[in-house]
Design a binder for this molecule. Structure first.
Ligand SMILES: *Cc1c(COP(=O)(O)O)cnc(C)c1O
Length: 382
């Protein structure tokens, strides 16, 4: 067995800087371990400053942020919510929490995000059936900005509010504006594998002060203004702890560097694998888009090789290198077998041909060479 955890190369492990410990230390020293405190306020301020969003509420996860975001957009039982099929399941699960149903839409093949033409088709079809969609969730997959100009124009034409799931896209931009600030509500994740992490955490941003207030209220058990704990609506326990927010403060200082490094890693692979014709680097920025390149995702060209992504993954595994298939489209998941899908072939093909390579920002040149050599063992040079 080569497998020794000390030399295992992970897909996207946490990468701490030097200041997280100071924020944590201060919170412990001040005995501020209660959930709400100065780090939480500071973390929210940092996110507002970086993104330009007017309000931010830090929460226990990106999933919680999507859940509360859908609530403030008015999604409830029996509603339909438009959602990409090609995403992580956490994008769609909160739709189901609310008793609503997802309507899945295929990707276009440049950014791999929702196809604007299919979006329009889906909306018109749902409206014809008397089922006007209540909201649209947009995702920037692997940090790649979706075709926002086209997508937002379609959403606006039908007056459908947008929740922007930027869980993978913190630090990315579109026409200079930070991702996460294009929707009525934006969502970030600070889970352990994301570009920044608080070990687990999330945030909701919005320019609407009432929604921000409602999210804070719902995230802390929905206590009516009375000292005896009175409740009129169902609340949640979704607030991020002041301790974890301290890690987040340290991490936010590093964001610009981390984006730069993820982009360098993508370019490194692209340059060094240019003479492997079986590998295609095709996930491309839309005009004006600046991806954080959270994960380097490549496709295996079946015209050039009979090696499948799973065979490549298992081969890398023998070198103690972690890689992952692309997200399995949600319309192919047993969980969502009854949900409507518009299109479907594009993301299904991406799923069957794609693989994500180790992309963590702590990766060294030596580690990258290890991945390169392992790939070259199984995929011939031109
Ligand atoms: C990670 C992720 C989420 C969920 O975030 P958590 O913080 O893990 O709950 C939602 N959507 C996408 C696209 C993600 O990648």
């Amino acid at each position: 067995m080569r497998s020794q955890d000390y030399d295992r190369l992970y897909l996207s492990p946490p990468h701490l800087g030097r200041h997280e410990i100071n924020y944590l230390h201060k919170a412990l020293e001040d005995n501020w371990v209660a959930p709400i405190g100065p780090n939480l306020d500071g973390f929210e301020r940092d996110i507002c400053e970086f993104t330009g969003a007017r309000h931010c509420v830090a929460l226990t996860s990106g999933t919680a942020a999507i859940h509360l975001g859908l609530i403030v957009l008015g999604v409830g039982p029996g509603d339909e919510v438009l959602c990409p099929s090609f995403t992580f399941v956490a994008t769609a699960n909160p739709i189901t929490y609310l008793g609503a149903t997802p309507v899945f839409i295929d990707s276009e093949s440049t950014t791999w995000n929702i196809c604007p033409d299919l979006l329009r088709e889906a909306i018109e079809d749902r409206i014809r059936q008397g089922r006007r969609p209540k909201a649209l969730i947009l995702v920037h997959l692997y940090g790649m900005p979706a075709k926002l100009r086209e997508l937002l124009a379609v959403a606006a034409a039908y007056n459908i509010p947008v929740l922007e799931d930027a869980a993978e896209a913190l630090g990315g931009r579109y026409k200079g504006q930070p991702l996460g600030t294009f929707g009525a509500v934006g969502v970030f994740s600070f889970n352990g594998n994301k570009i920044l992490t608080t070990s687990g955490g999330g945030a909701l941003v919005t320019n609407n002060p009432e929604w921000a207030q409602q999210v804070r209220f719902l995230a802390t058990q929905a206590k009516d203004p009375a000292s005896h704990y009175q409740h009129s609506v169902t609340g949640y326990n979704y607030r991020l702890s002041n301790l974890l927010a301290g890690i987040g403060r340290g991490q936010m200082e590093l964001l610009a560097d981390r984006v730069k490094r993820r982009r360098e890693i993508y370019s490194w692979y692209q340059t060094h694998l240019a003479d492997v014709p079986a590998l295609k680097f095709v996930q491309t920025e839309p005009q004006g888009g600046h991806s954080n390149r959270w994960l380097t995702a490549v496709l295996l060209n079946p015209a050039e090789t009979s090696v499948t992504p799973e065979q490549l993954r298992l081969h890398l595994e023998t070198h103690n290198i972690e890689s992952r298939p692309l997200w399995k489209p949600l319309h192919l998941q047993p969980l969502f077998q009854d949900a409507p899908i518009y299109g479907g072939a594009v993301c299904t093909n991406l799923f069957t041909q794609g693989i994500c390579l180790p992309s963590g920002t702590a990766i060294t040149e030596q580690d990258l060479r290890r991945v390169l050599e392992a790939i070259q063992e199984i995929l011939p040079l031109a």
